[in-house]
Structures are given as C-alpha cells and as structure tokens.
Design a binder for this molecule. Structure first.
Ligand code: ZN
Length: 423
C-alpha cells in the first residue's frame, strides 16, 4: 500500500533548495517557506511549498497528517564525520586533560586512541553493537538522519573488519543511514609503534591486506587517514589514500588538527571528498580548498571538549569560497557528542558562522561531502523525506539555546524515528 503523509503548520520550512555545493554567500541561503507544508509519498518528498498550495493537491486529501503547530522544519542533519563504533568513554583522560595534561602527552602514555584500541579489541561485537544502537537513538533524538562512521579503533585486520561489518549490520537493523569509512590509518598501533621499520610494516598491512579485503567485501565507501604529528606522515597518507582509491574508496583526510602538515594540499591533490578539522591551515591551504571540489569539514566539538582556544578559520574559508561543512566528530577521546544542535551553537559562537550558514553546512554541504546531495540534505520533490522538526518559532533559536535539545520529531524516509516524549 503506498502511503501519503502530509506535514503542515511549519512556521518556517527550511528547504535549502538550490545549487549544490554552497559556497560563499550562498551558504546562508536557506530558501525558507513560511507556513509551509511537505507532502511525502512512500518515503520520498512529493511536494514542498506554502501550506495552501500543498494541501490542495489531490494526494494530500487522504494523506495521514502531522500538524507541527508552528514549529520549524528542516532537512535532517547529515553528520559527515563520526567514529561511531567504540567500546567505552575516556572520562578518566578527560579529568587528566582538565588538570593540564595535553592530548599528545596522554597519547604518549598509552592513552588516547591506543587506549580505545585496547578496549575495542577486548570488546565483543555484541557489546559494541549495543553501545552503537544507543548512540544512534541519541543521534536521531537530536535531528540527525544520516551519519558517516569510521573504523579506526581496531587497527588489526580482524578488529577493523569487525567494526566495518558492524556498520553494515547496524544499517540493516535501525532506520538511520550509515555511510562507512575505513580509517585503518588512525594511528600506528602499539605492536608496530616505536619499533624499527614498524610504521612502514603497518602501512604495508593497510595497503596489501586490509584495503583489498575491505574493498572485496564492499565494507566502506571512503578511505580516511589521520595525517598529523604522532599519526601518519604526508607521504604515507598519500600512499594509503591512493591505494584506497585504486580499490574504489574515495579519500577523506583528518588534516591540520594539531600541526600543519600539508595534508590539505594532499587532500586537494588526491581529490578527497572531504578534508576535516583544519584548525592549523594557512592562507595557501584556504585558497587551495576554495578552488577545489573538496569539502572543508569543521569539527568545533573537538576543540571545545579539549579546551583548545584555536578553532578552524571558518570565516576565511567561507569568504574564500570553500565548501564548508560541519560535523560532530563523535568519538570517545576528543568529541563525545551526538548533538548537531550543539555543534551549530559552537559554529555560531566560536567560528562566527551565522545560524543560516551553520544549518546549510550541517545539511546540504555535509550531504555533498558524502556524495549524497542528490538524495538528502534539502527538502525538494524527489528527495528522501528526511526531516528534523524543532520546537522553536525561528530557526536561529536552534543554536541559540545551546546545550538544550529542542528537537521535537525526526523522520527518516517519511517514518517517525524520534518523537519527543515517546520512547
Ligand atoms: Zn575524527
């Protein structure tokens, strides 16, 4: 039975229709319809526009109705950078960081990513999945309908494959869409670290064993590298990303977070879908991104949680014409949040992005960075009915009420996946 759903009564309907990706001034163009409505047919948007117009369509007459009573309707958030699968929090390190230890000092003492690797290897697939399911319910409760998920806490063949297979299983078991990324090059694991030729041997495991296996099992669409001091060199990153590309996985890069390594230039050179972090970029990097088709994904949750004062230069990136996107970087070490609304608050207050720019960066540009802008990221006829409905009168109140979740309802492909007050 085909089903029709009519969503009416939106004080503001943020359609974000128009050109993709959004650069410069176009980033703040939300294409708002006042007193808007959306008609959904079989999970796909059939019509979007002013209420009177949509309501008068013949298909709207018999449709099931949701009256949102003056709330704000926007495309579901697309969280284009998460480390979904991990075994436990790192609250103990959080306390050490507050007491003054740096992220790199903690990493040198076997904390940091290697701490999460140890815990993940010891965890059963069942326990990991249960934790991920809980997180996915929380993502949905904050208005997120699609998220990218990276491996990278396994760092051996069996554990990396375990994580990537879980991405696939989770995609089948719950409603949110998960886009899988292989991040075997997160850091060099302990068994290779500080050993003569160790890093080189690990890169060989990645390029000769893991990448071919991941590709053969079709476990990831993207291949990512953490190119930074204490992680992978630019040369090794290039080799890994090129191998990934040969196997059909498009590159993404963790770039210029702790130090400037030239990873942004590498991202542009290899045609990366996204270049993420960018706290330490210089003017030439900004120019290179502005001229490229690579998205610049900013992760302010990370700097906030680590207490770093230096955020990525969002204004310069936007004004130069780079494709700016926003994501949570949900992970246990540096950004344990699933909340895109909180990321919008940080983007506004710390990155000086306008609320409109932040919303476009977290929806249509993020969808572009995952090569899904034809299906999601805006509310237009023919696209998936992925919607977030917020209990506010004006979209600017979404980032304004920082740390408060005003999400009222989330729909994925026309199906309610979260409703406030219903569990
Ligand atoms: Zn990350």
């Amino acid at each position: 039975m085909p089903s029709n759903l009519l969503i009416t009564g939106a004080s503001q309907l943020l359609t974000l229709r128009g050109r993709v990706p959004r650069r410069g001034k176009a980033l703040s163009d939300l294409r708002i319809v006042k007193n808007g409505a959306v008609l959904v047919h079989d999970g796909v948007i059939a019509a979007v526009g002013p209420r009177a117009e949509v309501e008068s369509l013949p298909e709207a007459l018999a449709a099931e109705r949701i009256d949102v009573d003056g709330r704000v309707v926007l495309p579901g958030f697309v969280d284009s950078h998460t480390h979904l699968i991990h075994a436990a929090s790192r609250a103990e390190e959080y306390e050490l960081k507050i007491a003054g230890a740096s992220y790199e000092e903690i990493a040198r003492k076997g904390g940091g990513i290697l701490n999460s690797v140890k815990k993940l290897r010891a965890a059963t697939a069942g326990a990991l999945k249960e934790r991920a399911h809980a997180a996915l319910r929380d993502f949905a409760a904050h208005g997120t309908t699609t998220l990218e998920a990276k491996s990278g806490y396994g760092l051996d063949v069996a554990s990396e494959l375990k994580i990537l297979r879980l991405h696939k299983e989770l995609s089948a078991e719950q409603p949110l869409e998960i886009v899988s990324t292989f991040l075997g090059a997160h850091v060099v694991p302990a068994e290779y670290r500080n050993k003569p030729g160790g890093a080189e041997r690990y890169v060989a495991v990645l390029t000769e064993t893991l990448i071919p296996e991941v590709a053969a099992e079709k476990l990831a669409e993207f291949c990512d590298v953490f190119c930074d001091r204490g992680a992978f060199s630019r040369k090794d990153s290039k080799r890994i990303l090129e191998e990934g590309k040969k196997s059909g996985m498009l590159p993404r890069i963790h770039a210029e977070q702790l130090t400037r390594t030239g990873a942004t230039q590498l991202a542009v050179q290899v045609g990366a879908a996204s270049c993420d972090h960018l706290e330490q970029v210089n003017k030439a990097d900004i120019q290179a991104l502005a001229k490229s088709k690579t998205a610049a994904t900013l992760l302010p949750g990370c700097d906030f949680h680590l207490g770093m004062k230096k955020y990525a230069p969002a204004r310069e990136l936007i004004e130069a014409g780079a494709i700016v996107a926003l994501a949570t970087d949900y992970n246990p070490g540096t950004s344990p949040t699933v909340s895109m609304p909180m990321i919008l608050s940080l983007a506004c207050s710390q990155l000086r992005m306008s609320p409109a720019e932040a919303i476009a960066a977290a929806t249509i540009n993020a969808a572009y960075s995952l090569l899904r802008d034809r299906k999601i990221g805006s509310l237009e006829a023919g696209k998936q009915a992925d919607l977030a409905i917020f209990d506010v009168d004006d979209y600017r109140e979404i980032p304004y009420y920082f740390g408060v979740n005003k999400c009222w309802m989330t729909l994925k492909k026309g199906r309610v996946v979260f409703q406030k007050g219903h569990t």
